[in-house]
Write a protein that binds this ligand. Structure first.
Ligand SMILES: [Zn+2]
Length: 210
């Protein structure tokens, strides 16, 4: 009897909160989400280590507690810091994942979104390699868009905000160089899903993007 051609099954997009298209590098810096709490917010950050230097691999080291604190003056200033984000998108669009989205990563710190404190409890944190005030690369937006779309499919996410919006006065990332309308258009979300003022209203969007 001839053998049937077997097709390799397509891997699922998500497995236990891990995204199939990300490089997985597990961070010990995470905890459980509160009972019955699911992510409903995406928090966008920017980071580079040392600040303004890209492609160093140091962000991955920071998030896995492998950073050599004495290797740079700036690292000394953050000695002992234990943080993580769910995702990191490098300047060339590579996607890394450190914490399962089912768990709580340590990216927001003291924070509040629309009256709800402790954003880490109910958010997914995405770091873009960059510097506050500078622009980001198109390929980073492409990775961010496909990742965000996959997150919206898997979780009851209705809101997207920057770290600067949930830690007012304390944080400035991702900053003025981040193109919020690009994210909004790619996700097809309404203005109500974003902080006030970061995306043009529909009337402005329509003529430019019919
Ligand atoms: Zn941040």
């Amino acid at each position: 009897m001839p053998r049937l051609e077997t097709q390799k099954p397509t891997p699922p997009l998500w497995q236990d909160g891990w995204y199939s298209f990300a490089r997985r590098l597990e961070s010990p810096n995470f905890g459980a989400r509160p009972t019955n709490v699911q992510p409903e917010l995406i928090v966008i950050h920017s980071i580079s280590l040392p600040p303004g230097e890209f492609g160093t691999g140091q962000v991955q080291r920071l998030f896995t507690n492998q950073l050599d604190w004495d290797a740079h003056d700036y690292f000394r200033s953050i000695r002992g810091l234990k943080v993580s984000a769910h995702f990191f998108i490098t300047r060339d669009g590579q996607l890394w994942q450190f914490v399962s989205c089912n768990d709580r990563a340590w990216h927001a710190g003291e924070s509040s979104h629309r009256g709800k404190d402790n954003c880490n409890d109910y958010s997914v944190g995405i770091e873009l390699e960059g510097l506050e005030g500078l622009f980001f690369e198109n390929v980073q937006y492409e990775t961010l868009s496909s990742l965000s779309a996959a997150l919206l499919q898997a979780y009851p996410i209705t809101q997207v905000a920057g770290h600067e919006h949930i830690a007012l006065g304390r944080k400035q990332d991702p900053g003025a160089g981040f193109d919020w309308p690009v994210v909004r258009r790619s996700l097809g979300l309404g203005a109500a899903s974003f902080p006030a003022g970061v995306t043009p209203d529909e009337a402005t969007l329509r003529p430019r993007f019919p």
